[in-house]
Design a protein around this ligand. Structure first.
Ligand code: FAD
Length: 307
């Protein structure tokens, strides 16, 4: 119930104004977001890349016009040039939301997003790194996978995200378990109806394990995006059982969450990648993180009413 309310608030402009103005917000946001600008984000990225890998997200989603989509492409182009120039591209890639590059624009949105994503991929190739397409709500999955297929024709290293809470994802994992594919498996962060998604945590976890089995047994490169200690352990067992060495898959976690565990995984010689968001469009991302953690919500709600 609370999760549903917060995820609805993530799309409300009234709630957005209230949350953005709350004094406590800056403090909580800085736990999950590396800074408002690229210059702010670079020191944390350099710190994290000392022992872990990174995927950088320039925050923003659901752009309303072509000029905003163009601004997103510019931001990624500048980011990728900086990664190439500084040498960070060896340990840092980027994550892109297609809705931030025009997927929902009324005329030819998917084509605009494809063209824009292609420009981001070309900048990544130039810098010597890779791109992963984030996955948004279930209405975008077919479109995102169609764009992915087009991009992979020119840039075979482009990664996909699949969400274990969707009923369709086991079948998608079978389709994406082939040689050359890079798949980030996560539980899923949106409020989805029971007609398309498992809503019970135990069912989502069971689906996650089934999907993981398929990806680990396949020939692609699984990216295990979860902070759930049980699933992290199962991923290792499955990887070992499938004869994957430490270079045959990677763990992924979000900036600001379970950092000690991130360091410990890296110290064991396993690949650990941290998703590092930055930028001033943090509202939707922040609300999804609140929705995942009831303890944060109680703290945040108390500060809103006592203000
Ligand atoms: P949970 O059962 O939610 O959490 C397990 C434990 O992790 C919790 O008990 C807690 O200790 C800790 N934890 C989890 N969340 C938080 C939090 N917000 N604050 C503090 N502690 C927390 N979702 C998408 O829909 N599309 C994407 O493209 C996408 N990309 C992702 C990329 C990465 C690298 C990661 C790690 C996640 C991504 N997600 C994405 C989010 C994902 O779908 C989940 O919503 C999120 O990871 C929480 O699920 P969990 O697997 O960590 O398990």
């Amino acid at each position: 119930m609370l999760r549903t309310t917060l995820l609805a608030a993530a799309r409300s402009s009234t709630c957005r104004t209230l949350v953005e103005r709350a004094p406590i917000t800056r403090h909580l946001v800085s736990k999950y977001v590396a800074g408002s600008t690229l210059a702010d984000a670079l020191p944390p990225v350099a710190r994290v890349t000392a022992d872990r890998l990174v995927t950088l997200d320039h925050l923003g989603e659901d752009v309303a016009d072509a000029s905003q989509a163009e601004a997103t492409v510019d931001a990624y182009t500048r980011l990728l040039a900086e990664l190439g120039r500084s040498g960070l591209a060896e340990r840092a890639e980027v994550s892109v939301k297609l809705s931030a590059v025009g997927q929902f624009l009324p005329h030819d949105g998917e084509k605009i997003a494809l063209d824009n994503a292609r420009r981001v991929c070309a900048a990544a190739a130039e810098a010597g790194t890779t791109v992963t397409l984030d996955m948004e709500d279930h209405t975008t999955v077919d479109s995102t996978l169609a764009v992915l297929a087009e991009l992979r024709a020119d840039f075979p290293w482009v990664g996909a995200v699949l969400q274990a809470y969707l009923h369709r994802t086991e079948a998608d994992c079978r389709d994406f378990a082939g040689a050359g594919s890079r798949v980030r498996l996560c539980k899923g962060a949106y409020d989805e109806p029971a007609s398309v998604a498992y809503r019970d945590k135990a069912e989502v976890d069971r689906s996650y394990v089934r999907c993981l089995r398929t990806l680990m047994a396949g020939e692609g490169y699984p990216m295990v995006a979860t902070h759930d200690p049980r699933l992290v352990g199962i991923a290792r067992t499955l990887a070992d059982g499938c004869g994957r060495g430490p270079a045959g898959y990677e763990h992924q976690m979000l900036y600001g969450i379970r950092e000690n565990e991130q360091r410990s995984i890296a110290a064991q010689g396993r690949r650990m990648r941290v998703y590092v968001p930055y930028g001033d469009q943090w509202y939707g991302y922040f609300m999804r993180r609140l929705a995942e953690r009831p303890a944060n919500v109680a703290f945040f709600a108390r500060s809103l009413v006592s203000d």
